[in-house]
Ligand binder design. Structure first.
Ligand SMILES: CC(C)(COP(=O)(O)OP(=O)(O)OC[C@H]1O[C@@H](n2cnc3c(N)ncnc32)[C@H](O)[C@@H]1OP(=O)(O)O)[C@@H](O)C(=O)NCCC(=O)NCCS
Length: 158
């Protein structure tokens, strides 16, 4: 298993867009698969944030996670967000999401990122709580589902 930035393998963009659309995009009124592809183009810039990290196995993508800006906008001071965490069905339950997220956070630290926010449908925080995210308030997702906002401070020493 290899972890690489989407910017290093742009040919994999359509597969990632398909995952995101099937999981979330299709629930957002008016959203299309094309829109999802266009939204991912921002991750094709090299050596800067935002960053989409992929787990690749036998040249095929099997997981994705993003470190990006302002996934939600009601609190502009919340700059950096973890989002788009997705693991292919066949690879779930083996700690892959956790490993990918930790690698992504290490890369974020190298860019000077300190506070990282996320939104999850899991009220108990699930995996994210285990990785050090703390629960904040509830908000509404664009798809109409209530989500828990969470925050983690990356320590420079980690
Ligand atoms: C959530 C997901 C990324 C987990 O991937 P994974 O490689 O199986 O994760 P890991 O093996 O590292 O960790 C599994 C843990 O994630 C938890 N989990 C499952 N869905 C979760 C969610 N939406 N939010 C937080 N934690 C979640 C599981 O309960 C499990 O917890 P446990 O270890 O305490 O039993 C994967 O199930 C997936 O892609 N789901 C569809 C997309 C999705 O819901 N993404 C999360 C958006 S917030």
């Amino acid at each position: 298993m290899q972890f690489i930035a989407l910017s290093e393998a742009p040919r994999l963009l359509p597969q990632v867009a398909r995952w995101y659309f099937d999981t979330w995009g299709r629930h957002v009124p008016g959203m299309t698969l094309d829109d999802e592809q266009v939204r991912l183009e921002v991750f094709l810039q090299q050596d800067e944030l935002p960053l989409l990290l992929l787990a690749v196995h036998d040249h095929e993508p099997v997981a994705a996670a993003q470190l990006k800006f302002h996934e939600r906008t009601e609190r502009p001071e919340r700059l950096h967000w973890l989002g788009g965490v997705y693991v292919d069905q066949s690879q779930r339950g083996q700690g892959l999401a956790a490993r990918l997220i930790e690698d992504l956070m290490a890369r974020g630290r190298a860019f000077g990122v300190r506070d990282v926010y996320l939104q999850t449908e899991r009220n108990d925080g699930g995996l994210y709580r285990r990785l050090g995210w703390k629960p904040l308030e509830m908000q509404m997702h664009a798809s109409g589902v209530p989500v828990r906002i969470m925050q983690r401070t990356l320590s420079a020493a980690e």
